[in-house]
Design a protein around this ligand. Sequence first.
Ligand code: FMN
Ligand code: COI
Length: 367
Amino acid sequence: MGSEFEPVNVNGFQELAKQLLPKMYYDYFAGGAEDEHTLKDNLKAFSRIMIRPRVLVDVSRIDSSTTILGFKISSPVMVAPSALHQLAHLDGEVATARAAAACDTIMVLSYNSMRTIEEVASSCSGIRFFQIYVYKRRDITAQLVQRAENNGFKAIVLTADTPRLGRREADIRNKMVQPELKNFEGLISTKADSETGGSNLQAFVDGTFDASLSWKDIQWLKSITKLPILIKGVLTHEDAILALDAGADGIIVSNHGARQLDYAPATISVLEEVVNAVRGKIPVLLDGGVRRGTDVFKAIALGAQAVLIGRPVIFGLAAKGEFGVKRVLRMLKDEFELSMALAGCPNLRDITRRHVRMEQEKRQSML
Ligand SMILES: Cc1cc2nc3c(=O)[nH]c(=O)nc-3n(C[C@H](O)[C@H](O)[C@H](O)COP(=O)(O)O)c2cc1C
Ligand SMILES: CC(C)CC(=O)C(=O)O
């Protein structure tokens, strides 16, 4: 199988990426924390949910578009923030941004991107959010937030699940080296030496990230930006309520693609808990393990406004650059629209809780 192999679903891009990338980089992108239990469960939990299709509904027109924080997107599949895109493809985050814009969806740019905020912003028009970690040097985080705001980014995504780096054993074995990050040039060194001789990511995070960050700091974040703030990494109803109380404008149910706390729950298994706590007051989004249009359908049925995809984008980028990312986004949109048609839901608002059956509901099946 050479690089001529043409994937027919997003998993095919992972196979291609594995053939093409150096092992150190493929493992960094694909891997999860420790036993990778949650990594597997993010996928398995989707497969435990069944769809209850309705028939004889007029589905001659399918509209999968939706609105997130007032921004219209062509389907509820967005690009999750992920670091270091130039390790997948030379064009890096610029290619990803162009693909997202061409597919009329929102890209969340990672704080740890390799192309700068300015390069991405000037590469094409498109709706973009900016993801942040908070550094011990808060002035640096504040400067990046300001730059994102000045460059037309529309929201800030605060990643809340990374006070320390999860233990990614493949990276430790491979002695993964994080390249220096251009966004921070002249501000802070993003070079780090591993004390144990393994991956340097741990040393980098320990040296720069502020592990004291807590709910009260949302007020600080609000004081430095006018942009709406989404909290990424919420997995419980308790934290959903705290996010609401802190004045968050949105929640992303996420376990960081199973790269942080292993044995954290699969995201789709806790989505409903968060949605019920939020009671429609702010949008709830989800990422983690979305690989099929049917996964998107299940997340929408359980109350998500949209989903984000991480690895599929990186694998599309690694395999075929901007074109590969477009293919991934289009495949998921097409598959999602097919699911909508086959389940009897012409619009997103037609997809309801009654269109899915969770495993624990099997015995009292309404089918
Ligand atoms: C290689 C890689 C790098 C990531 N980097 C970031 C990051 O910089 N910031 C962040 O908030 N999340 C990061 N994530 C997590 C993603 O935003 C997202 O939560 C996750 O990838 C979703 O799961 P999926 O890969 O199964 O779609 C990263 C994920 C991967 C795979
Ligand atoms: C350096 C890391 C914190 C980037 C990241 O979020 C990840 O690799 O999951």
